[in-house]
Design a protein around this ligand. Structure first.
Ligand SMILES: C[S@@+](CC[C@H](N)C(=O)[O-])C[C@H]1O[C@@H](n2cnc3c(N)ncnc32)[C@H](O)[C@@H]1O
Length: 278
């Protein structure tokens, strides 16, 4: 159990589960992942306001939901009122805030203490409640069958042992509960474009970044009774990149790609969304 959780007097749910600090001290790869995400706040480059202010969290929310226009259409943030929802790899809590506003009873965990400190500020600034813990999603400190919903958006691809995280997501879900996860699609328009244009994607320098085929993702999710995978995230103009490549991307590639009838390119979405049942 982390220092932060201890300070909040949250009792360890599974006393024998190794805590995040212990896991990172014995597994050098987890330690490197934790260090990387402590130093790299997701989407920091787009924030105009100082880190940790309300303006900062608003900037992150505005950018995220402009870039990921599909997300509120496929994840009903207001649809889990009264349900226990766990987010693994919650970062600064941008999505978790939306679930909390929708009435879910939310818990967020992240390997990086910096993420949890930001998420705590984000919730405090909005007067919303959440249980927030520094915790390794590969060894969750929660009992079996604890949550109605487990959400992990953009996390399985960055962890050391994705199979362990998938098993943990399944274990802590109640029977019949649902898991929602997203990984990157190796056979996608964005992966191909980055190779052709020789442009590095965000967090390519992270200690672990695995891109999946639909078949590989399905296999990862094999602990679940059912899993349905839907490619999402098609081109929208970029605010992050500058220069002629960004201009060509924004002015030529994005409009041209979006003229192609969607059914023809739908398997090539950059985000593979998974909807699973235990
Ligand atoms: C790309 S960020 C995504 C953050 C947030 N889910 C979002 O979509 O904005 C990946 C996050 O996963 C977290 N993470 C990576 N491995 C983890 C693990 N084993 N357990 C918990 N969190 C982990 C990182 O610390 C980081 O905050």
């Amino acid at each position: 159990m982390s220092e932060i959780a201890a300070a909040q007097h949250i009792k360890p749910k599974r006393p024998h589960a190794p805590d995040a600090s212990h896991a990172a001290s014995v597994d050098p790869l987890l330690a490197a992942i934790r260090e990387y995400w402590n130093a790299h706040i997701h989407d920091l480059a787009v924030a105009k306001h100082p880190v940790g202010t309300k303006g900062f969290f608003d900037d992150l929310d505005e950018y995220r939901f402009d870039k990921l226009r599909y997300l509120p259409q496929v994840v009903d943030f207001n649809g889990f009122r009264g349900q226990r929802l766990l987010e693994i790899g919650c970062g600064a809590g941008i999505d978790l805030i939306r679930f909390a506003k929708g009435g879910a009873r939310v818990t967020g965990v992240d390997l990086a203490p910096q993420s949890i400190q930001l998420a705590q500020k984000n919730f405090a600034l909005r007067g919303l409640r959440a249980e927030l813990h520094v915790m390794n999603g590969e060894a969750l400190e929660f009992d079996d069958d604890s949550f109605d919903v487990v959400y992990a958006h953009g996390v399985l691809q960055y962890t050391a042992h994705a199979d362990m995280m998938a098993k943990e997501m399944h274990r802590v879900l109640k029977p019949g509960g649902q898991a929602i996860a997203m990984v990157y699609n190796r056979i996608s328009w964005l992966h191909a474009l980055s190779l052709v244009m020789k442009v590095e994607l965000e967090h390519e320098d992270a200690p672990v970044l695995k891109k999946y085929s639909i078949g590989e993702f399905k296999k990862l999710l094999s602990p679940f009774f059912t899993s349905r995978i839907v490619p999402e995230r098609f081109p929208v103009a970029s605010r992050l990149h500058q220069g002629w490549k960004a201009l060509a991307y924004n002015r030529i590639f994005v409009p041209a790609f979006n003229l192609i009838p969607r059914p023809l390119v739908s398997p090539l979405g950059w985000h593979l969304m998974a909807y699973c049942r235990k």
